[in-house]
Ligand binder design. Structure first.
Ligand SMILES: Cc1cc2nc3c(=O)[nH]c(=O)nc-3n(C[C@H](O)[C@H](O)[C@H](O)COP(=O)(O)OP(=O)(O)OC[C@H]3O[C@@H](n4cnc5c(N)ncnc54)[C@H](O)[C@@H]3O)c2cc1C
Length: 425
C-alpha cells in the first residue's frame, strides 16, 4: 500500500512514522525546505495533557466579544478576520454549551493521554535529542479563587487519568526556585506530573531523518495546488511539478488543510489562530528555570529547552497573516521579565528568535482525524493549541485506520463526519 502525506509538520510526520512501522510505502511532501518549518517550528514546547480543555469553554462568546479589536487582549479578534470565519465562529460558540464542551474535553483528554504514552514508542525508535524533559508542568495563579477554580476543573481531568497536585506559592518555588523573586505575588498553582516538554521542530527533524533512513521519500520545496477527485480511488494530488497518486492520501497541511480539501468539495471547520513565541539563549544564567510553567495571569507559557528558554503566548484571529506584530513580541519580552525578574541581566533581545505560527483550530476544539467521505482521503489536522501534545497519538490512530489495524481509541468520534447535519446534536 502506498500512502501520500501532504505536510511534514508534527501531524504528517508522526502519521508517516506509524505507517512506515506498519509496513506501508510512504511519501511525504511539503512546500518548505525542511521538516517542521511552519506551526510545528517554535511552539510552546509543552506536551500538556493537563491543558486538554477546548478553548471554547462555556461563556466564551462574551469573552470574545469584549476582546474585539483590543490590542492588549490575550484572545484578539481582528475585525478584518471576522467575515471569513462567521460560520466557524457560530459552530465554535455552539460547542461552548456545557454538555458539548465536557464531551469534547473528554475526547481531548483520552487522546492526550494515549499520545503521551505513544511518545515513548517513537523516542525508542528514532533516538536523538530534542531537549526533552519529563518533569511535569506547573500552572500558576495570582488569587486563591483562581487556584480553587482550576482545581475544580482538574478534578474532572483526574477522572480521565490525568493527575494533578494543588500547590501553594512555597510549593511552586520549591519545584521551580527561579520563581522565588515573585513568590509573594503567587496564590499557588497546580502541578501536573505526567506532562512533558521538548523542541517540536527538532523532534520533527529526528522523525524525518528516520523516515529517510527507512527509504521513505520525503520531498521538500513541493507545493500542493489542490486535489482532483477520482470516483472510487484516492484523489490525485496536484503539485507544481505534476500530479501524484497513491492508494491513500493524508491531508496534514495544518491551517492550510481547509483550502486543499475544498478542491474535492470538503468543508473542514478549521481556522488559523495566530500565536507568537520567543526563543532566548540563557546566556549562562545558572539559576535559570528548570521546569515548564504556565502563568495564567500573564497568559504566558515559559519552557526551558536545554540552554534556551521558549516563551509563547497570545491568540489572535487574523486570518493567515504571519506578520510579526512588534507590540505582541514586546509583550512576550515583558512577560518573561515579570515571571523571572532575575533573568533581566542575562536577557539579550538581539539574540532572541522571534516567531509566529498559526494554530489549526477546529470549531469544537478537537482534532479532525481519519477517513472522509472522499474515497482514500484521510485527515490529520485541527489540533489547535494541542498539536504537539496530540501528535504521537493522532499519528498512530490515523495510521491504524489506513492500514486496518484495531485502533487503541474509538476513532470515529474524531472523524470529520461528526460535523455533518445528521450527526450533530
Ligand atoms: C505560539 C504557539 C504555541 C503553541 N504551543 C503548543 C504547546 O505548548 N503544546 C502543544 O501541544 N501545541 C502547541 N501549539 C500547537 C501546535 O504547535 C500545532 O497544533 C501543531 O504544530 C500543528 O501541526 P501540524 O502538523 O498540524 O501543522 P504544521 O506544523 O503547520 O504542518 C503543516 C505542514 O503542511 C505544509 N503545507 C501546508 N500547505 C501546503 C501545501 N499547499 N503544499 C505543501 N505543503 C503544505 C506546511 O509547510 C507545514 O510544514 C502551539 C502553537 C502556537 C502557534
Amino acid at each position: 500500500m502506498h500512502v501520500l502525506i501532504v505536510g511534514a509538520g508534527l501531524m504528517g510526520l508522526t502519521t508517516a512514522f506509524f505507517l512506515r512501522r506498519a509496513g506501508a510505502e510512504v511519501t511525504v511532501i511539503d512546500r518548505q525546505s525542511g521538516p517542521g518549518r511552519e506551526t510545528s517550528f517554535a511552539n510552546g514546547a509543552m506536551l500538556h495533557a493537563s491543558q486538554a480543555n477546548p478553548w471554547n469553554e462555556p461563556g466564551v462568546l462574551w469573552t470574545a466579544l469584549r476582546m474585539i479589536g483590543r490590542e492588549d487582549a490575550a484572545l484578539l479578534l481582528r475585525p478584518r478576520a471576522l467575515p471569513g470565519m462567521w460560520r466557524w465562529g457560530l459552530d465554535f460558540v455552539r460547542h461552548s454549551r456545557p454538555t458539548r464542551y465536557l464531551r469534547n474535553f473528554e475526547r481531548n483528554a483520552h487522546l492526550a493521554r494515549y499520545s503521551l504514552a505513544e511518545m515513548g514508542g517513537i523516542r525508542a525508535v528514532v533516538g536523538g535529542d530534542y531537549d526533552a524533559q519529563h518533569c511535569g508542568t506547573m500552572k500558576l495563579f495570582r488569587t486563591p479563587d483562581e487556584v480553587a477554580g482550576a482545581a475544580r476543573l482538574c478534578a474532572q481531568l483526574g477522572a480521565w487519568g490525568i493527575q494533578h497536585e494543588v500547590i501553594d506559592a512555597a510549593g511552586a518555588v520549591a519545584r521551580e526556585p527561579a520563581l522565588a523573586p515573585i513568590e509573594d505575588q503567587l496564590a499557588g498553582g497546580l502541578f501536573f506530573p505526567q506532562d512533558e516538554s521538548g523542541d517540536a521542530q527538532r523532534f520533527c527533524a529526528l522523525i524525518a531523518d528516520w523516515l529517510s533512513a527507512q527509504g521513505v521519500s520525503v520531498r521538500y520545496g513541493l507545493s500542493v495546488l489542490g486535489l482532483r477527485p477520482q470516483s472510487d480511488r484516492a484523489p490525485v494530488v496536484m503539485t507544481r511539478e505534476g500530479e501524484l497518486s497513491a492508494d491513500a492520501v493524508v491531508l496534514a497541511a495544518g491551517s492550510y488543510s481547509p483550502q486543499l480539501a475544498e478542491s474535492v468539495g470538503l468543508r473542514i471547520p478549521v481556522v488559523p489562530v495566530k500565536g507568537y513565541s520567543l526563543t532566548l539563549p540563557l546566556n549562562g544564567w545558572q539559576e535559570g528555570p528548570r521546569m515548564p510553567v504556565i502563568d495564567d495571569h500573564l497568559h504566558a507559557a515559559v519552557c526551558p529547552l536545554g540552554d534556551r528558554l521558549r516563551v509563547a503566548g497570545t491568540a489572535e484571529f487574523a486570518g493567515h497573516d504571519l506578520a510579526l506584530t512588534p507590540a505582541r513580541i514586546n509583550n512576550l519580552f515583558g512577560l518573561v521579565s515579570k515571571l523571572y525578574p532575575a533573568f533581566r541581566p542575562w536577557l539579550r533581545p538581539e539574540l532572541a528568535t522571534r516567531w509566529t505560527g498559526l494554530r489549526p483550530m477546529s470549531s469544537d476544539g478537537v482534532g479532525i482525524m481519519g477517513r472522509t467521505p472522499v474515497p482514500g482521503l484521510f485527515l490529520n489536522t485541527g489540533h489547535g493549541h494541542l498539536g504537539w501534545t496530540m501528535a504521537a497519538g493522532a499519528g498512530h490512530l490515523v495510521a491504524d485506520e489506513i492500514t486496518g489495524q484495531a485502533p487503541a481509541l474509538p476513532h470515529e468520534v474524531y472523524h470529520l463526519s461528526r460535523f455533518t447535519r445528521a450527526n450533530r446534536d
